[in-house]
Ligand binder design. Structure first.
Ligand code: B16
Ligand code: MG
Length: 216
C-alpha cells in the first residue's frame, strides 16, 4: 500500500449528474431522426465520447450517415446540451462530492479532473467547483477515450506525481479499466456488477472518508 497524493475524478456520474441532460439532448436528436431513444439506451453512452455516442445512437436507429452529416448532428446535439447545462448550479453537485473534495484539500491531497467531456470547464464553472482543481484534463486535451489510460496519466504527469500515488474515482466500467491500465488504484461509484475491478465500491461520495481512502 503506497500513500495517496492525488485523487482524479471523473465528472459525469461522480461529481454531477449530467447524464440526464445528455439523455434529453440525444433523445431530441433521435426523435428528429424518426426513432425513439430510451433511458436504458442512454446507459450505453455513459463515459463514451460524443462521436462514439452518436455512432451508438445511429446504430440503435438503424441509420448510416456520412462523416460530414454526423459532425453536423453531433454539433446540433451539443448545442442543445450546452443550453441545458447553462442553468446548472451548485445544487446539482452529487451528494457528498463537495464535502469529500474539501476534506481532501484540507488533508493536503491534490485534486484533478479526468473527464471525456469537452464541456467540463463550463460544468465546473457553473457548479462553483473550478477553484478546487489542481489540474483539469478533459475531452479538449485528450485524443484517446477511456478505457485508454491517457486522461489519467496526463493528470498525473501535469501534477508531477507517480501513478502509484493516485486514486481514480469513476462510475463507468471503462473508467475503472483506464485507471488499472494507468497503474492507479480506483474507487467505483455505483454497482459492484459493473465496477467489480475497482479497489473499493461505494454508492456515492457520501460513503467515503479520507481515512478510508488512505487504507486502499
Ligand atoms: P461532451 P465523463 C462523459 O463524461 C459522459 O459520461 C458521456 O456521456 C459524454 O458523451 C462524454 O462525457 C462527452 O461529453 O459531449 O460534453 O464532450 O463521464 O467522462 O465525465
Ligand atoms: Mg462518468
Amino acid at each position: 500500500m503506497s500513500s495517496v497524493s492525488t485523487c482524479l475524478f471523473d465528472l459525469d456520474g461522480v461529481l454531477v449528474d449530467t447524464a440526464k441532460y445528455h439523455y434529453i439532448a440525444w433523445k431530441r436528436l433521435a426523435e428528429e431522426l424518426g426513432f425513439s431513444f430510451t433511458e436504458q439506451d442512454n446507459e450505453r453512452l455513459k463515459g463514451v465520447s460524443r462521436m462514439a455516442s452518436l455512432d451508438i445512437l445511429l446504430e440503435i436507429g438503424g441509420i448510416t450517415l456520412d462523416e460530414h452529416t454526423k459532425l453536423m448532428l453531433a454539433d446540433k446535439k451539443n448545442a442543445w446540451y450546452v443550453e441545458y447545462i447553462s442553468t446548472m448550479d451548485a445544487s446539482e453537485i452529487l451528494p457528498g462530492a463537495l464535502e469529500f473534495i474539501q476534506a481532501l484539500k484540507a488533508a493536503g491531497i491534490q485534486v484533478a479532473l479526468g473527464s471525456a467531456s469537452k464541456n467540463a470547464m463550463l460544468i465546473l464553472h457553473n457548479t462553483g467547483l473550478t477553484p478546487y482543481f489542481d489540474a483539469i484534463i478533459d475531452g479538449t486535451k485528450t485524443s484517446q477515450a477511456k478505457p485508454d489510460p491517457e486522461v489519467f496519466t496526463m493528470g498525473a504527469r501535469e501534477l508531477g506525481v507517480e501513478p502509484t500515488a493516485c486514486v481514480v474515482f469513476e462510475d463507468a466500467e471503462a473508467g475503472i479499466e483506464a485507471a488499472i491500465r494507468a497503474g492507479m488504484r480506483s474507487v467505483g461509484i455505483g454497482s459492484p456488477q459493473t465496477l467489480g475491478r475497482a479497489n473499493l465500491i461505494v454508492s456515492s461520495l457520501k460513503d467515503i472518508t479520507v481515512d478510508r481512502l488512505l487504507t486502499l
